[in-house]
Design a protein around this ligand. Structure first.
Ligand code: NAD
Length: 390
């Protein structure tokens, strides 16, 4: 049975849908979204959304998220975040995001059928390149590639660069920290680092930072925080997580609640777990001199403003955590892992420097500087496109 595709082309304001969704025009602006597609195939149990936000710079790259409950507006916000992240990173790609509704832990054969069906339905949407996201992984991308030939985040056997395995995002975080520390006049060697979250981003950031001479003095996961002012054994922490245990099982560390990490005395705090973890209600407890965002939107706008007022420099998420998508874009271009690491270091360092410089020069929030940087590139691209926008 053919999947039903309800498509809205927001550029021409053409609406071809009877899906009864929220009014998409309520959040559209002159950047996008270019297109929203609702996919529905009752026979296969398939329901999904694709938002292609802006492709002025090139075909969009963005993750396929598998989750039971993501709204259209949330999907749009994630797609917009990719537009800004890809533009800021100087990648030849626009921003998009897709959602496949369902429990990501479902039985593998059923998941494969749904992922393949979603990809096949969107075969003609060449302005969107699938990537992994929450609930999907490199195996899912291999299925997508097999169906339509268009995916990043592939297994190494298919020419992919396994970005979580090599720690692409953590590598970029390390470079963002290096630049931010230098701008604050804090030596990298011995700089005290606290990381919230010890998953794909957090553990690799800890690894690269400690290898370069920083002191990882606090880490946390959902079970709690492990703290030692003299430094934690990062390899032992990685081994604990590899064997399914918690960072709180590390011998010799002082163990506190998960939330305590926010107020730990350190030079750099790296939130690398969940959104909105630094907010108005706890921002006063931050004792770090710098905050470098590993997670997406780990701080509320109010908390970012307050940090800035307190003279605590922060590096916004889509500047500091762009390593993963830079790696994905390099993979798509057929590059090697070494070239991907070089690109991450070059782009994350240059953007962190530029955002700090603009923020100081213009007296604006680092986030505003980051958005201005991305918009400058995006608007330039839009002026040289024949049909202008989106
Ligand atoms: P992950 O699932 O591998 O790891 C998340 C970690 O956070 C786990 O250790 C988990 O225990 C911990 N955690 C969850 N809630 C917590 C809490 N309340 N307190 C402390 N720890 C908590 O995820 P990830 O890939 O490392 O991604 C982390 C964040 O970074 C997400 O926001 C993700 O969107 C973002 N991000 C990831 C990448 C990437 O390349 N993986 C790239 C850019 C942004």
């Amino acid at each position: 049975m053919r999947s039903v595709v309800c498509e809205m082309d927001l550029h021409t304001r053409r609406l071809e849908t009877e899906c009864g969704m929220a009014d998409p025009f309520s959040f559209s602006d002159n950047l996008g979204p270019k297109k929203i597609i609702h996919v529905h195939n009752p026979a296969e149990g398939l329901r999904g959304i694709l938002v292609i936000d802006n492709v002025a710079i090139g075909p969009s790259i963005g993750g396929l998220r598998m989750a039971p409950d993501v709204s259209l507006e949330e999907c749009f916000r994630l797609a917009r975040a990719m537009t800004l992240k890809n533009a800021a990173a100087g990648l030849p790609h626009g921003g998009g995001k897709s959602v496949l509704f369902g429990d990501p832990a479902m039985e593998s054969a059923k998941k494969e059928k749904l992922v393949r069906c979603m990809a096949a339905t969107l075969r003609e949407e060449t302005d969107y390149i699938f990537g992994p996201d929450m609930g999907t992984n490199e195996t899912c991308m291999a299925w997508v590639k097999d169906e339509i030939g268009r995916a990043v985040g592939l297994p190494a056997a298919l020419g992919g660069i396994p970005l979580d395995e090599i720690g692409a995002t953590g590598f970029g975080i390390m470079h963002a920290c290096d630049v931010a520390l230098a701008s604050a006049g804090i030596p990298f060697a011995g700089a005290r680092i606290a990381l919230q979250g010890f998953g794909a981003v957090g553990k690799h950031a800890a690894r690269f930072l400690s290898e370069k001479g920083a002191l990882v003095c606090a880490v946390s996961d959902t079970k709690g925080s492990a703290i030692n002012a003299n430094g934690l054994d990062v390899q032992a922490l990685i081994e604990l997580k590899r064997t399914g245990r918690s960072v709180t099982d590390l011998p010799g560390a002082q163990i506190q609640s998960a939330d305590e990490i926010i107020g730990v005395d350190c030079d750099v705090l790296i939130p690398a777990a969940r959104p909105d973890v630094i907010r108005e209600s706890n921002v006063e407890s931050v004792r770090a001199k710098l905050v470098v965002s590993g997670a997406n939107i780990p701080m509320t706008p109010g908390a970012e403003k307050r940090l800035h007022e307190k003279g605590i420099l922060y590096v916004p998420d889509f500047i500091a955590n762009a390593g993963g998508v830079i790696c994905a874009a390099m993979e798509y271009a057929g590059s090697t892992k070494t070239a991907a690491f070089d690109a991450i270091s070059e782009k994350v360092r240059a953007n962190t420097e530029e955002v700090i410089r603009m923020s100081k020069r213009d007296g604006i929030l680092p986030r505003q500087a980051a958005v201005d940087l991305a918009m400058r590139r995006l608007k330039h691209a839009m002026t040289v496109r024949r049909f202008g926008i989106f």
